[in-house]
Ligand binder design. Structure first.
Ligand code: XIL
Length: 366
């Protein structure tokens, strides 16, 4: 009976919402939401996170430190729309480990506090990488033993600091080059192949409950690089190294290169068959706009790619994390990264209005 009343109230609400246009941007307003399969109204059906919670998936975003601290609207949309966060920069070595003997947890703590206060999960990023390292680390010729000690100290200190407040970690990021073999980095060149297995063992020892990721770009489709990553993680699994998941970064473009649904699904499946979870960890879809605005057609192509990526994740046996590399075109790394050639890569525009890609994600979720 209570269900019936709720259903009637809900049907009336949907009719009223349909009748009056209170949306600031009706063209791109998300579809009105039906009740979930139990007949209950979703707690907050007009948000991504409402639908994601109902569907049991984590919808995350990278979070930039500066707007989180200075722009109210950034934090409002972040906490309204997402149930998971990844620090865009503040847990990288150059921020969190500025000298060999000091750690700087302040900015990471701010994000983790925000996540905790808003019931969001945290995907830690990243423990071992070749980029955004401080010069004290990169500009020294360490012996193998010393660098191992430094890596171990870093992983233990950072993972222990956050404990169970960070549920997932990118343990090793971007260790494979485009051709599919090991990228020559300070870790590879000094410690050798073993550094990856070692990093996972240390992270697992520091927090056995965390989901531990190998994360890389250019591996959403089937190609030399994703084959190289497949070989790497299969080898780790065979050696019983405690790796749990593979992160497909997914920095894509409307200008070609995005995988087909079939190719992506096949790729996710082969990792799942190794017993590994897959996460889409850094999705953005750049549009070649220079200083201009995207056309409707470009926005539609972009929406189709977002839709395809989420569809593949939802259809997969084990893909429980779908994270975008930011949410508003106001704060995206793409214009910088592409020297101003590309932009408009995310699901909200620069004024925090919904883009077609947002609606496409809502459609997939319900
Ligand atoms: C990017 C950040 O978004 C930028 O702000 C920063 O200047 C460079 O790094 N792969 C990763 C991310 O794993 O850490 C990168 O983030 C994007 C590519």
């Amino acid at each position: 009976m209570r269900n019936l009343t709720l259903l009637l109230v809900f049907a009336l609400a949907v009719t009223l919402i349909g009748a009056c246009d209170s949306s600031p941007n009706n063209d791109t307003d998300p579809d009105p939401a039906p009740p979930d399969s139990t007949g209950q109204q979703n707690p907050d059906p007009t948000t991504l996170r409402g639908w994601a919670d109902s569907a049991g998936v984590n919808i995350g975003t990278a979070v930039a430190d500066n707007p989180l601290r200075t722009e109210d609207q950034y934090a409002e949309v972040l906490t309204r729309e997402f149930n998971q966060v990844t620090p865009e920069n503040v847990m990288k070595w150059n921020t969190i480990h500025p000298s060999r003997d000091s750690y700087n947890f302040g900015p990471g703590d701010t994000l983790v506090d925000t996540a905790e206060a808003n019931d969001m999960d945290v995907h830690g990023h990243t423990l071992v990488w070749h980029s955004q390292n401080p010069s004290w680390l990169e500009d020294n010729s360490w012996s193998e033993d010393t660098l191992k000690t430094i890596m171990e100290d870093h992983i233990r200190t950072v993972v222990n600091h956050y404990g169970d407040r960070v549920q997932e970690w990118d343990v090793v990021n971007e260790a494979i080059g485009d051709g599919g073999s090991r990228r020559p980095t300070i870790w590879q060149n000094t410690i050798g192949d073993e550094y990856i297995a070692e990093a996972f063992r240390i992270a697992d020892d520091a927090n056995p409950d965390a989901t531990l990721y190998y994360n890389d770009y250019g591996i959403t489709g089937l190609n030399n690089k994703s084959d190289g990553v497949y070989d790497l993680v299969r080898n780790l699994v065979e050696q019983e190294v405690p790796i749990d998941a593979v992160g497909l970064q997914a920095h894509l473009s409307t200008d070609g290169g995005a995988p087909s649904l079939e190719e992506l699904s096949e790729n996710i499946q082969r990792f799942n068959e190794l017993g590994l979870e897959v996460g889409i960890t850094e999705l953005d879809v750049a549009i070649p706009i220079g200083d201009g605005e995207p056309t409707d057609e470009q926005l539609q192509t972009q929406a189709d790619i977002y839709e395809r990526m989420l569809t593949a994740c939802m259809e997969a046996d084990d893909c429980s994390n779908f994270t975008m590399w930011g949410f508003t075109d106001r704060h995206s790394w793409i214009p910088n990264f592409s020297d101003g050639e590309d932009g408009a890569a995310l699901i909200f525009d620069e004024s925090y209005d919904y883009k077609p890609a947002y609606n496409a994600l809502i459609r997939v979720l319900n």
